[in-house]
Design a protein around this ligand. Structure first.
Ligand code: PMP
Length: 418
């Protein structure tokens, strides 16, 4: 029996049963027939049939390299790849598809900014500003380039409830800061940061702002123009697309001024042994054969999310968050980390007397997939003084019934561990 059975098919005008039917993997069982309850969506999302079929169809019918050959297949593949760029740009309301660099994900996007934008501008004594809640992908690239230049990384603190101390972040925007970076949504706490306010403060001081949108783009409407940031990074596999896809949106004038980070085919204008000249953005930053099939799948994922409507996805996930939070609070000894007023459907928790990994292992035996560990956010774990948490992260295809299974499995695990 699927975990969605027993719950009404329609929630808040959102037909969850029909949506779930689009995801073949959600029907599978684990550990001798336990229905899978997949609550690890912040790690990666499951893929709807249309994405799987788009990738399959590409390899069956269209496979060719892009932007290189004049034959029909190559033109079709190029059109599909550039079509994905257009669809993604529209999805985040970028002013132009030419401002969107297609990358292997957020990690490649932040590294591109680190080496291509930041490194040439950093001088000894400069700094980069981030926060204590960031994923390592929004910390380590800045550290690597800061070390090379004698610059340093600063981090704004958090409130105990997991909200960013925005006043402190703004106070740290001092003249030696060459780049400010913030997550749109925390992958551990679910905190939604006030990016517009932060972007306005950065703009006033002439400091470019990079937003890590990995956990926002899959869960809410994102409009980079309205946000007012300068760089926006995101990853495709968390938005129902294939792994190895993602993007970096950057203002045209910033991209135009950035030297290449990777060299190779397709990013050049002319190559001579004495030296080379480079293509305009975004091609300048897309050396080598890209993940063509992956982006074809990601374009299908965008169409799927658009058909569900991001506003309705966000509303549905808020209902799930409220329900799951209330149910989890009934479990004795359970503490939720992160109770920001503006929060996405990510719930990190600890149970007194039980280690996060033991809990996750016992939950897994009941069919419930959650993540345990530091979630690639060591500084955040240090802030809370814990080595690890359990994290249940929801998607629009999850159900209240699945939250109930999580709670029942936690009660059972608690009896064994505490
Ligand atoms: N930032 C955040 C907030 C994330 O959640 C993740 C993925 N866990 C990343 C960055 C890195 O994304 P990717 O591994 O797809 O590059």
């Amino acid at each position: 029996m699927n975990a969605s059975a027993g719950t009404p098919a329609t929630h808040d005008g959102f037909d969850v049963a029909r949506v779930r039917a689009e995801f073949p993997l959600l029907a599978r069982t684990v550990h001798d027939g336990k229905p899978l309850v997949y609550l690890d969506n912040a790690n990666t999302a499951q893929k709807p049939r249309c994405v799987i079929e788009a990738v399959d169809r590409f390899y069956r019918e269209r496979n060719a390299n892009v932007a290189r050959a004049v034959h029909a297949l190559s033109e079709e593949a190029t059109d599909l790849y550039e079509g994905a760029r257009t669809a993604l740009a529209r999805f985040i309301n970028a002013p132009s598809a030419q401002e969107l660099v297609l990358t292997s994900g957020t990690t490649m996007a932040t590294n591109l900014v680190a080496y291509s934008y930041l490194l040439p501008r950093l001088e000894p004594g400069d700094s980069v500003l981030t926060t204590r809640m960031e994923h390592h992908a929004n910390i380590v690239p800045w550290q690597l380039v800061c070390e090379r230049r004698g610059a340093r990384l600063k981090a704004a603190a958090l409130e105990a409830n997991g909200e960013l101390r925005v006043d402190e972040f703004i106070a740290l925007l001092t003249p030696e800061v060459k780049l400010a970076c913030v997550a749109h949504v925390s992958n551990v706490l679910g905190t939604v940061n006030p990016v517009r306010e932060i972007a306005a403060a950065c703009r006033k001081r002439g400091i470019p702002l990079l937003v890590d949108g990995s956990q926002a783009v899959p869960h809410m409407p994102v409009d980079v123009r309205a946000l007012g940031c300068d760089f926006y990074a995101f990853t495709g596999h968390k938005m129902c697309g294939p792994t190895g896809t993602g993007g970096l949106w950057a203002r045209r004038e910033l991209l135009a001024d950035m030297p290449p980070f990777f060299g190779g085919g397709e990013m050049i204008r002319e190559v001579r042994i004495e030296g080379s000249t480079f293509a305009d953005p975004p091609a300048r930053f897309e050396a080598g054969t890209p993940n063509i099939a992956g982006f074809v799948g990601l374009a299908a994922a965008v169409a799927f999310l658009e058909s569900l409507d991001m506003q309705r996805i966000a509303a549905r996930e808020q209902v799930l968050l409220d329900y799951a939070t209330a149910r989890l609070q009934e479990v004795p000894g359970l503490r939720i980390l992160g109770s920001a007023a503006h929060k996405a459907a990510v719930i990190s928790f600890l149970v007194e007397g039980a280690h996060a990994h033991d809990l996750a292992t016992l939950l897994d035996l009941e069919g419930v997939a959650v993540r345990s560990g530091h979630h690639c956010a060591h500084p955040l774990m240090q802030f809370y003084g814990v080595p690890a948490t359990c994290r249940a992260s929801f998607s629009f295809y999850n159900t209240e019934a699945e939250a109930d299974v999580l709670v029942a499995a936690l009660r059972k695990a608690r009896k064994l561990l505490v």
